[in-house]
Design a protein around this ligand. Structure first.
Ligand code: 3PG
Length: 408
């Protein structure tokens, strides 16, 4: 497998290189406040919130106002109060160290009213973008409506860079667009990882997002072993989605099972009774997974391996995480939940690569094109051509399709 695949420094306008162009402007920041939650809906870890707070503080120092847009979960284009970003306003404000206002919709009069405030340097958090179908459907009308809230667009959410959504692929064409520091940092570290990978490569994958399995299927030639958590393992479609190189995929042999009365037991996979649900890995599987991790050259850990909280006495997650950190492999953890689990255990320093994005990192590693990067590159190229045309009307540069102010 050609791992580097010719990846080079992206041809995008980096925020860090254009701080003067951004100074004092209203920045529409695509961030990832898709904070991993526990089953009781409390924050599993504030890692993502702290990262976003860092870039917001940076922009405030440049006397910018910042309008933060994000998604939370996958509400499918409808309002779902359980996925509102409102509960994050206070925790976010604490981490920024500055008041944060909340707009209960990302379009319509409310955010515009907030922006009429006579005070400069506001920080406004918009409600979940995915409450509107236009976000996932990449509607120009939706993108144009949200774009009215800023003079400048910054994408600092590498974790959604694989999603061809309005806030990711359209906004760079509506406003002068920059890649944020965390976005570029993740891109560069992922590129560096591709050049360092050592075999045997072991993937340890939890979670349930089926589109991740498609990325795994394309990554299977890279893996020597792919160990599945209980979510994917119980999903019948996993088998067909993983396709070729199936011999490298290891399924759990036993599980922690929840009976219909809510009590737990451990059982071989083929002895799970009707009415019972396998919710986590069983002890035999855990021993095997730990042994494979010990022999690995590179470990790529993604997602939560089962449904039991890491501090539950029957939870396998802690034991497997401990085997990962003790192994001499290059250790890569990706995804909101994966990063949160390792950071909560105090393992942050022992991991070589922490990538907050799960699906985005896997998609990047498997060589797929990156819609966010493509849009930022296109926008930067159009802006450069526009600048050339302005300087020399006789030059062969193509005119930009939309007028842009403060061209990067
Ligand atoms: C993530 O958690 O990996 C990102 O926030 C992307 O979320 P998504 O898979 O719902 O697009």
């Amino acid at each position: 497998m050609n791992l580097s695949r010719g990846r080079t420094e992206p041809q995008v306008a980096a925020l860090e290189d254009h701080l003067r162009a951004v100074q004092g402007r209203r920045v529409l920041l695509r961030a990832d406040i898709n904070v991993p939650l526990t089953q009781e809906d409390s924050m599993l870890c504030d890692y993502r919130l702290r990262r976003v707070a860092g870039v917001v503080r940076r922009l405030l120092r440049m006397r910018c106002s910042v309008v933060v847009m994000s998604h939370l979960g996958q509400p499918g284009g409808k309002v779902d109060e359980s996925l509102s970003l409102r509960p994050f306003v206070e925790p976010f404000a604490q981490r920024v160290g500055y008041p944060v206002q909340f707009a209960a919709s990302c379009i319509g009069p409310e955010p515009k009213e907030l922006l009429k405030s006579p005070y400069p340097n506001q920080v406004i958090l918009l409600e979940n973008l995915r409450f509107h179908a236009g976000e996932e459907q990449a509607s120009w009308d939706f993108a144009a409506e949200v774009a009215k809230l800023g003079d400048i667009y910054v994408n600092d959410a590498f974790a959604v860079s694989h999603r061809p959504h309005a806030s990711v692929i359209l906004m760079p064409h509506l406003l002068p667009a920059y890649a944020g520091p965390a976005f570029l940092d993740e891109y560069r570290r992922a590129t560096q990882l591709l050049q360092q990978i050592r075999h045997p490569v072991v993937g340890i994958s939890g979670g349930r997002k089926l589109d991740k399995l498609a990325a795994y299927q394309r990554l299977l030639p890279l893996f020597d072993r792919l160990l599945l958590g209980s979510g994917f393992a119980m999903e019948q479609r996993s088998v067909s989605l993983l396709g070729d190189h199936f011999d490298r995929v290891i399924f759990p042999v036993d599980a922690v099972v929840k009976r219909s009365d809510g009590t737990l037991r451990t059982a071989k996979i083929n002895e799970v009774e009707p009415g019972e649900a396998a919710i986590d890995l069983g002890p035999e599987t855990v021993q095997y997974y730990c042994a494979v991790a010990r022999e690995a050259g590179t470990i790529l850990f993604n997602g939560s391996l089962g449904l039991l909280p890491a501090d539950h006495p029957l939870s396998p997650t802690r034991e497997i995480m401990s085997a990962v950190v003790r192994s001499s492999a290059i250790k890569v953890v990706c995804g909101g939940t994966g990063c949160a689990l390792f950071l909560r255990e105090g393992y942050g320093q022992q991991i070589d690569y922490l990538f907050p994005g799960g699906g985005a990192t896997l998609t990047f590693l498997d060589g797929q094109s990156n819609p966010a990067l493509a849009a930022l590159q296109e926008a930067s190229q159009t802006a450069r051509q526009a600048a050339v045309t302005l300087m020399d009307p006789a030059s062969p540069g193509q005119a930009p399709s939309r007028e842009k102010e403060g061209t990067p």
